[in-house]
Ligand binder design. Structure first.
Ligand SMILES: *Cc1c(COP(=O)(O)O)cnc(C)c1O
Length: 373
């Protein structure tokens, strides 16, 4: 049989996840492998989450609560929004997909920045939706000026959703409230158009002028805020994300989403994670100390890096990365190459435990002294 699919599906380049630890050990015959490639929380799960999951195991023969009632209530209280403002997702990735499928028809467009999170483009292509990309400004800054200008002058016809990751992955850069408001003002009154703020790393942000999007959302009904429990809450493997949006948007999302999109253990884990304030504080401190350590060491090794508001740092190795990546792998270090993002000489390194960070720097130092010219 020769199956025919749409040209969008046929040419789709799937998302390339970080290389798994076990696979690397097996392929290279290594005992010790450190993976700093997927922006995971190096602390491991909160012990409270593990306990709650154990207690929930005897109930996994039941279907999950399709409405995610308890988690929605808790998140609403936590965020100070109404429960009707929330939709839960199987990670924020599912919500990206859902927003595009619900609000864009084939042939219409989403707007993104180049070198920003690739999932928007992949989900759009799968749905037959086009992507209009704006080049970053110098210093890997998000091109909000250019986007606002196009929105004002009506140069993005057919555009339905603007996706703005803040801070951005893989660059770690962020934009402030003033820059965001300019875009929101430019979008004001544009029909059937929403601005989705993807705030996967918001708890790691140290910049004091980071936008308060939940407050802005009360003033700008086109603003949709998307967050995840995968990063600071350490639940990447369980897949929980959510959007904060007006009830009318959410009503459409609820019609299309899978009824049991967030599984029962994920709901239990997310509830327990929200209660563990200690874990959150620990995760923030780990990341902030780790970033400061990376900045100091990368500078000492003469790697140009980009200051980050996330739990990872982007740096330039001064040559195409495939050889560097295989050198590092042989030493047991997995970092993320970014050629797929148009950054052929850059690597992204997530913050790990202090010992993992030190290991990563020592391997990079070896590479510098043995190989790089
Ligand atoms: C990690 C990340 C996400 C989170 O995706 P999940 O599906 O919730 O794991 C979303 N957006 C960005 C920019 C990310 O880096």
């Amino acid at each position: 049989m020769n199956w025919e699919v749409s040209k969008e599906i046929e040419t789709l380049v799937p998302y390339a996840p970080g290389k798994p630890i076990e696979e690397t050990k097996r392929e290279l015959g290594l005992d010790h492998v450190v993976k700093l490639a997927s922006n995971e929380n190096a602390l491991g799960p909160s012990p409270h989450v593990v306990e709650a999951l154990k207690n929930a195991l005897p109930e996994i023969h039941r279907y999950p609560d399709a409405s995610g009632y308890a988690l929605t209530q808790k998140l609403a209280a936590h965020l100070k929004v109404a429960p009707e403002n929330l939709v839960l997702g199987n990670g924020s990735n599912e919500l990206i997909d859902l927003l595009i499928r619900v609000f864009c028809r084939p042939g219409e467009k989403i707007l993104v920045a180049e070198k920003s999170f690739i999932a928007y483009q992949i989900c759009a292509q799968a749905a037959g939706v086009k992507t209009q990309s704006y080049p970053l400004e110098p210093g890997f800054q998000m091109p909000l000026r250019a986007i606002a200008e196009d929105l004002r002058s009506g140069r993005c016809e057919g555009a339905k959703i603007l996706f703005l990751p803040n801070p951005n992955n893989p660059t770690g850069t962020y934009f402030n409230e003033e820059a965001l408001v300019e875009v929101l003002e430019a979008a004001k009154g544009r029909k059937n158009f929403m601005v989705v703020l993807d705030e996967a790393y918001n708890e790691f942000v140290r910049a004091s002028d980071y936008p308060d999007t939940l407050a802005l959302a009360r003033k700008y009904p086109q603003l949709v805020v998307m967050r995840t429990m995968a990063k600071v809450y350490g639940l990447a493997g369980l897949r929980v994300g959510y959007v904060v949006a007006p009830p009318q948007i959410n009503d459409f999302l609820h019609r299309v989403r899978n009824p049991f999109n967030v599984n029962s253990l994920a709901q239990v884990a997310a509830l327990a994670a929200l209660d563990d304030k200690n874990y959150l504080t620990q995760a923030q401190k780990l990341v902030w100390d780790g970033l400061d350590y990376f900045y100091k060491e990368l500078a000492a090794l003469n790697f140009e890096y980009v200051e980050s508001q996330g739990n990872f740092v982007l740096f330039d190795v001064g040559q195409p990365t495939p050889d560097v990546v295989s050198y590092l792998l042989k030493k047991g270090l997995i970092l993320r190459p970014l050629a797929g993002y148009g950054l052929p000489n850059h690597l992204r390194m997530s913050v790990g435990l202090a010992s993992e960070n030190e290991f990563a720097i020592s391997v990079l130092r070896q590479w510098r002294s043995e190989v790089s010219r």
